[in-house]
Design a protein around this ligand. Structure first.
Ligand code: SF4
Ligand code: SF3
Length: 537
């Protein structure tokens, strides 16, 4: 296996003998195989000559493509058996298209045995792309596409789709088998960011289904009934579970990125939605055993659980783990969570982690409602600057940097955040500036679009270009959704983004050079130096 898609990749280079994340060699090879077949399917779909006999309705195929690419994102699906099924599904979809004369050999690849997949990864994995820059750019694109599929799937379950976004997903996947110059591949990566903005906007629209978020203080204690802990990003799953647990004597708690649900008016109606429990995905090994009840994973980030607690782990959607019960979607889109509820009834109530409440819900509507006040505070020099510290959390000790950085910020700087990185500083009591919280949390990484809207609207109000706003970016990344958000910011013309704790391992020296020269992208260093670099002191 060879995988270097996340920030915690082995030695900062790539995982080659089992993933740091817990992904096995075999599962990694199966993921390479589905990615390879996805490119073949996309190539065949795109290059059909006019009049070819092609599948008329591709709605199911599109849904499968999105689900499967999402399943290969870090910490989503560790279950080799699911990838075997995915492989069969994709081959069937691909082979429903006529063979194209002169198509690249890879388009027709159909593995005959498991050995072929597990031993052939040199031929189908990303290392098979020999040119360093080509591999680097296709990797960035593929990782961006994974993030795109994650966000698209969330919009899709809420009824929002966009054929242009699907068309780009196929275009990007097919590019693996096509001839592009390095300059063209660079532009394709940036186009991924442009389409990323569309996906994030679509999801923002979709999430309005639950009402626009309000700045909300979320309780983090526990009650005495048993509970189900819901983690990941899928609000629709949470809604279905809340409906099904009504009146059962089982409470529901959110974990990690699900925190934002408490700020949506639709979720405030549920008195069985009790509190947010714990912190980010990176601490689940400590926090889940104390919860006592079952945990439902609706998306990433799943850390392989110890043997003794596997019976309490449930997965749904793209998520999978060998030994965990998977709740499938029915034909009508509903899910039956009765097995989780039955188990919860036999569990003890959660142990109180004694964590203080946290504030979330600062999406673009909530923040822009404060715009006149914010603009006045800027004018009065009570707000000196904003710093976007959105992104992911992770397990490495060096992520202390983000806590220390937030603590060291001058008191007239406001943090704009989204994603699970916030758990590094959302309990620091950083206070308010004349009633405006110093940590404005838009919600999930899915809500990153809010930060873009806030920045562009403030720039408009101040009649200056976005890059002249008193705004700096210090982004923490871990997985591929963060890569998509990063590409989106680049495509929107944001310059001088600082990114850490490490740069993506897939960047070749030349590609890194392009990012530095063209966009001023910079790695983070020390708190002291970075505060100066980002004009925060
Ligand atoms: Fe390694 Fe990250 Fe890939 Fe897991 S997702 S195998 S930790 S690079
Ligand atoms: Fe977090 Fe996994 Fe990326 Fe959604 S839950 S930001 S790391």
């Amino acid at each position: 296996m060879f995988c270097q898609q996340c920030e915690e990749t082995a030695r900062g280079l790539g995982c080659t003998a089992g993933g740091v994340c817990g992904k096995s060699n075999d599962t990694a090879c199966y993921q390479d195989a589905v990615n390879f077949i996805l490119s073949g399917l996309a190539y065949r779909k795109i290059h059909q000559p006019a009049g070819a006999k092609v599948p008329a309705d591709t709605a199911k195929q599109d849904k499968a493509v999105v689900e499967i690419l999402f399943a290969t994102l870090t910490n989503v699906n560790f279950d080799k058996e699911r990838f075997k099924e995915y492989l069969k599904t994709l081959i069937a979809y691909r082979d429903a298209y006529p063979i194209i004369s002169g198509e690249p050999e890879g388009c027709a690849w159909t593995p005959k045995s498991e050995e072929e997949i597990v031993h052939l990864e040199g031929g189908i994995g990303l290392l098979a792309i020999e040119d360093d820059n080509e591999r680097s750019l296709f990797s960035l694109l593929l990782f961006g596409l994974k993030g795109m599929c994650a966000y698209y799937s969330h919009a899709e379950v809420l009824g929002k789709t966009d054929p242009d976004i699907m068309a780009f997903i196929y275009k990007g996947l097919a590019s693996r088998f096509e001839v592009y110059t390095i300059a063209e591949r660079t532009e394709l990566v940036l186009e991924c960011g442009t389409v990323g903005a569309k996906v994030l906007a679509l999801l923002d629209e979709a999430n309005k289904h639950y009402g626009t978020t309000e700045i909300t203080k979320v309780p983090c204690g526990v009650k005495d009934k048993p509970g189900i802990l819901v983690t990941g990003h899928d609000l629709r799953d949470l809604e279905m579970l809340l409906e099904q647990t009504k009146g059962t004597g089982v409470d529901v708690y959110t974990h990690g990125e699900m925190l934002i649900a408490h700020a949506h008016p639709a979720f405030k109606q549920y008195d069985n939605l009790i509190a947010n429990y714990g912190t980010s995905w990176a601490n689940q090994k400590d926090e889940f055993p104390k919860f006592n009840g079952p945990v439902l994973f609706t998306t990433n980030c799943l850390v392989p659980p110890p043997e003794e607690s596997r019976g309490r782990i449930f997965t749904t959607g793209s998520v999978g783990f060998d030994g965990a019960v998977h709740i499938p979607e029915k034909a009508d889109g509903s899910k039956d969570f009765s097995e989780i509820i039955a188990l919860a009834k036999r569990c003890k109530a959660p142990i109180d982690l004694k964590l203080s409440e946290v504030t979330t819900g600062a999406g673009h509507d909530a923040v822009l409602a404060l715009a006149p006040k914010i603009l006045k505070l800027i004018e009065e020099k009570k707000i000196r600057r904003f710093v976007v510290m959105a992104g992911c959390d992770g397990r490495h000790k060096e992520r202390r940097y983000y806590t220390e950085f937030a603590q060291a910020l001058p008191k007239d700087v406001i943090i704009l955040t989204a994603g699970c990185a916030k758990y590094r500083y959302n309990r620091l009591n950083l206070g308010e500036i004349d009633g405006v919280p110093r940590v404005l949390d838009a919600g999930q990484c899915n809500d990153s679009y809010s930060l873009v809207v806030i920045a562009t609207e403030l720039a408009k109000a101040l009649k200056i270009p976005v890059n002249e706003l008193p705004l700096s970016f210090n982004i923490a990344w871990y997985e591929q959704k963060a890569i998509l958000v990063f590409l989106t910011l680049l495509a929107l013309g944001i310059r001088d983004i600082m990114i850490g704790p490490h740069l993506p391992a897939c960047l070749s020296p030349d590609v890194l050079n392009t990012l530095v020269e063209r966009f001023g992208v910079q790695p983070n260093t020390t708190v002291e130096a970075d505060l100066k670099t980002l004009h925060l002191v």
